[in-house]
Every structure is written in C-alpha cells, then in structure tokens.
Design a protein around this ligand. Structure first.
Ligand code: PHB
Length: 395
C-alpha cells in the first residue's frame, strides 16, 4: 500500500468538496479530494441551476468568475403564478439590488475542477472503497483503491465528509448516541426535462395549479429546463413528449404566459426529501453539503447551502492550522446549523405553498391560494421570499 500525507483529506468531489479544496488552497492549506465518479461523470450530472448572490460573489472573488460572468443569466425576479395570473417578486427593490444567476451546477463543477488542476490541486477521480480511519484521534487517515486498482493510504490532520446524500462518512458519527437524523419524505416528485426551445419567460415561473405544480426555468437562450409535479412512483416511460407539453400548457399558460414547445432531449424524475443530521461533526471529521443535509429542490438551494457550509468550514480549518486554535472547528455545527434550518424551512415552505397534496378535498388548495395571495400582496411577504431566494450573506 502506498502512503501519502496532506493537511485535509476530502471525501467527495461535488460542489462542497471541490469548493472546500479551492478555498483551503487560497489560504495555503493542502488537501486531496477523493471522488468515486470519473471526471466526465462529475461534469455531466444534471442538477439545479440557480446560484444565490453569495455563491456568485464568492466565485467571482476567488477567481472562478470568468465563464460565470460571461455565460450566467442574471435574474432580478421570479414569478409566482396562481389563479391563472402571475405575481412578480422583484428582487432589486426588495433586497437592495441582490439577484440570482442561472448557471447550471455542472458548469460550476467544470470551473472548479479546471481551476483546482491549474493550481496544481490533487483530485483523484474514479477511486473506490474510500474508508476513513481514526477520525477521533489527531492522526486520521483514509484508505482507498485508486483508479488503477492500487491500494492507497492518505494520512491527514482533518477529514471533510463531502460525499453527498449517499454518504458513508455520515455513518461514522454514532447514531443515536451522538447523531440525530431528522427526515421528511414528501408525497410528490418532480419530472424534469431539458428541451431545445426558446425561453418561455424572461424569469422563472413557479406555478400553483389544481393539476399540480409546474416550474419554468432555463439553461441558455437555446435550452430550457422545466419541471412538473408528478407522483413519486411515476415513471419517465409514462410521459410522451406530447403529454409533457400538454400538461405544461395546462398548468402554466394564461394571462401573460405561454409555454414554447421544442424537442425534449432529457427526462428524469427527482424525489423530494428534507434531511438534516446533527451534529455535523465528530472528532476530526466534518460533514458539509448533502452528506449532512438534503433540501427539496423548490428554491434550488442545495448547492448554495453546500457552498455556505464549506465557506465556514474553510475559515475554521484555517484558524486551526494557523494558530492551533480549535474553537472555530469545535463550533462549526453551531455556526452553520441556523442557515441549514432556515434553508430547510424556506424550501419546505415554497414546496408546501405550491404543490397539490394527493388527498386534498379542495380545502388545501384554497388555503394555498389564500397564502399566496397574502404573501404576494404584502411588501413584507414579498420581501421574505426575495431575501431568502437570493440568500442571506455568508458567515
Ligand atoms: C433549475 O433550473 O433546475 C431549477 C430552478 C429553480 C428551482 C429548482 C431548479 O427552484
């Protein structure tokens, strides 16, 4: 077994792991990222595509903004659609000029990987069987099999568990003695499509409709991303292109909106879950991103929350390496959990306001319409949505 050393061993090369490695590098701290997928798989996985202002600012400030600034589409509002009419949430007026940028997650990953490699960063793709050892001691290590099939051992001072919702690292925090998992499943899912079509709207449309929720989003001027609420047990095979467009038209078209059809080239079903584990650390192991929490996709917060975690974690690790001070590391969970739960609440709230509940007799839908009416009528209500949608500043 060959052995190597680094300061921070990072399990997982998604947004959390790669951004952590990048931020640590800027502070002069070495890390190695271990990722089980190939580079092509990481760069090709379709996920959400909305970056909070914080994420955009951090990318620009840390030298990752070139393509984002050129190709990202800045959005200054969203539309909440109900009762056949659109109601705009104007970010500019409600948040001191903050905005979001539509730029897909896999493009962020391409930028991060390119930048880490250009900076001499160490990312091992295609590794298997990564196992963390002795994370309760001050000499943790990670064993793994590299992409050539060789056994490797990585010794480090700190370990970051950034291995997504199918995490192995979370399991190292003993449950129930130390770790508590909070979990909620929803009775609906999203059917997502990518289509070659012109944009249907200048801004994203979140539509509440008796037939179920629909979301009109975008990727580029030529490619659009739309979603339909479906049953969690539904299958992609039940949905012909015609059926998808018919359903989108029924749920969204009306005063001021008309969906533009095109060739659908990608279809998938996304499950809805809320999950938080507490604490997000144990010994010298620190979890970040989906390894510690999952949010439902309404509001597109998943990657933004992962970035917020590692922003705080990189600062805490820096304080440990520069002054041997563990205070910030020890307080990591307490620092990030309030944002995690605020984001959980926002994603749950948007989901619950917009989706049709399977057993609704009509009361639930009318209650939602009243809530949407109350929220969009009031400046305070619109401000609450706008502030949370663009994201509160990083700490
Ligand atoms: C997306 O474009 O993929 C998207 C946009 C907004 C959401 C979720 C997903 O709330």
């Amino acid at each position: 077994m060959s052995s190597s050393r680094t300061q921070v061993g990072i399990v997982g090369g998604g947004p959390a792991g790669l951004m952590l490695s990048h931020l640590l590098h800027l502070k002069g701290i070495d890390s190695v990222v271990l990722e089980c997928r190939t580079r092509a798989e990481v760069e090709g996985t379709i996920r959400a595509g909305v970056l909070e202002q914080n994420t955009v600012d951090l990318m620009v400030e840390t030298g990752l903004g070139d393509r984002l600034t050129r190709e990202g589409l800045e959005h200054h509002g969203i539309e909440l659609r109900f009762g056949g009419r659109g109601h705009r949430i104007a970010f500019d007026e409600l948040t001191d000029g903050r905005a979001v940028t539509v730029y897909p997650q896999h493009e962020v990953l391409k930028d991060l990987i390119a930048r880490r490699l250009a900076d001499g960063g160490d990312i091992r793709f295609g590794v298997s069987d990564a196992k963390v050892h002795d994370h309760e001691s001050d000499r943790p290590s990670i064993t793994f099999v590299d992409s050539d099939g060789n056994d490797q051992k990585l010794e480090c001072a700190l370990v970051a568990g950034c291995d997504g919702s199918r995490t192995q690292t979370r399991k190292l925090i003993p449950e129930p003695s130390i770790r508590t998992d909070h979990f909620r499943q929803y009775p609906f899912a999203w059917f997502g499509i990518l289509a070659e079509a012109p944009p249907s709207s200048e801004e994203l449309i979140y539509a509440n409709h008796e037939r179920g929720f629909a979301l009109i989003s975008t990727r580029t001027p030529e490619v659009q991303r739309h979603y339909l609420q479906v049953d969690p047990d539904d299958s992609v095979d039940n949905w012909s292109d015609d059926r998808i467009w018919d359903e989108l038209h029924m749920r969204v078209d009306g005063e001021g909106a008309e969906i533009k059809d095109g060739r659908i080239f990608q279809k998938s079903i996304l499950q809805f879950r809320s999950f938080v584990c507490e604490p997000m650390q144990h010994g010298n192991l620190y979890l970040a991103g989906d390894a510690a929490h999952t949010v439902p996709p309404t509001g597109a917060k998943g990657m933004n929350l992962a970035i917020a975690d590692v922003y705080a974690l990189a600062k805490a690790m820096d304080s440990f390496f520069t002054s041997s001070d563990r205070k910030m590391l020890d307080g990591y969970t307490e620092t990030v959990l309030p944002r995690v739960w605020r984001t959980q609440h926002f994603s749950w709230w948007m989901s619950s306001m917009l989706h049709r509940l399977p057993d609704d007799s009509g009361f639930g839908h009318r209650r939602q319409l009243a809530e949407l009416d109350m929220v969009t009528r009031s400046v305070a209500g619109r401000t609450l949505i706008a502030e949370n949608y663009v994201g509160t500043p990083l700490i």
